[in-house]
Design a protein around this ligand. Structure first.
Ligand code: NAD
Length: 264
């Protein structure tokens, strides 16, 4: 199976390093012939993203803080100038104050609530609108969510509320953009040790718990996420939109967790 993405061009937003979920998706898209552009948040990340992009044959890098609407406009103007059209988009961006990714949700501050919703949810809407304007012949978009959107996960707090809003945004965007042949889906990934995840309290415990209770008895990898990203962004998923696709070794289907959990 090669060449599934041949002739297709897409923007990957949210690559920080080679442990990022965006990296898993970018690798699988490139392996199937996609041409990729990357956006990154600020100069410090450019140093890490540039060599990774080069590994995947890409020199098209764009500085873009997604909380800055003018920066988003500039980023998409630049992309349009370079490529004209766009076939797919990966939105792998989330952020919250790590002081509020521990303790209780009830203590969430207004400032952090609004910032988390802005960067982790609204950015997808803002990006989708600009990307859709470049998808003249239809296209596909994917964002990343987590089970904390559906059920309470200790410490995930305001990020869980943001992911719930992100999942619903995915469905509204799918309804709005479907008539233009644009599909919008989300991958609900199991816990993976990344830069963003390291800000979540007791994250190692969450990983152990998932490993012990998931039907596949393991955690997922960025390659697992990459495979699902390829499926959703390629014509293999031509009839799929508005879907929240779990890539979590089956964890979400288990109602009763194991009784004799080992010492985790
Ligand atoms: P990561 O740290 O590798 O990626 C997060 C990215 O968000 C970084 O590239 C960062 O620069 C970017 N970002 C944050 N604020 C930004 C801003 N204002 N403008 C532009 N970019 C900004 O971590 P990751 O785990 O790969 O996260 C990617 C996505 O996957 C996030 O939405 C995360 O919530 C989601 N996710 C992660 C897990 C997990 O366990 N790691 C599980 C499910 C979903």
């Amino acid at each position: 199976m090669t060449g599934l993405m041949q002739g297709k061009r897409g923007l990957i937003m949210g690559l920080a390093n080679d442990r990022s979920l965006a990296w898993g998706i970018a690798k699988s898209l490139r392996a199937q012939g996609a041409e990729l552009a990357f956006s990154y948040q600020g100069e410090a990340l450019e140093k890490r993203v540039r060599p990774l992009a080069a590994e995947l044959g890409s020199e098209l890098l764009i500085d873009c803080d997604v909380s800055d609407m003018a920066a988003l406009d500039r980023a998409f103007d630049h992309l349009k100038g370079q490529w004209g059209k766009l076939d797919f988009l990966v939105h792998a961006i989330g952020f919250s104050d790590k002081n509020e990714l521990r303790g209780k949700f009830v203590d969430t501050s207004l400032d952090n609530f609004l910032m988390t919703m802005n960067i982790s949810v609204y950015s997808f809407v803002a990006v989708a609108r600009r990307a859709a304007a470049m998808m003249e012949a239809g296209g596909a978009m994917v964002t990343l969510t987590y089970y904390g959107a559906e059920k309470v996960i200790p410490h995930y707090n305001v990020m869980g509320v943001a992911k719930a809003a992100l999942e619903m945004s995915t469905k509204y965007l799918a309804a709005d953009l479907g008539p233009e042949g644009i599909r919008v889906n989300a991958i609900s990934a199991g816990p993976i040790k990344t830069l963003a995840a390291s800000g979540i309290g007791d994250f190692r415990y969450i990983m152990k718990w998932n490993e012990y209770n998931a039907p596949l008895r393991r955690n997922v990898t960025i390659e697992d996420v990459g495979g699902a990203g390829l499926y959703l962004l390629s014509d293999l998923a031509s009839g799929v939109t508005g879907e929240i696709h779990h890539v979590d070794a089956g964890y979400n289907v288990v109602g009763m967790k194991a009784e004799d959990a080992p010492d985790i």
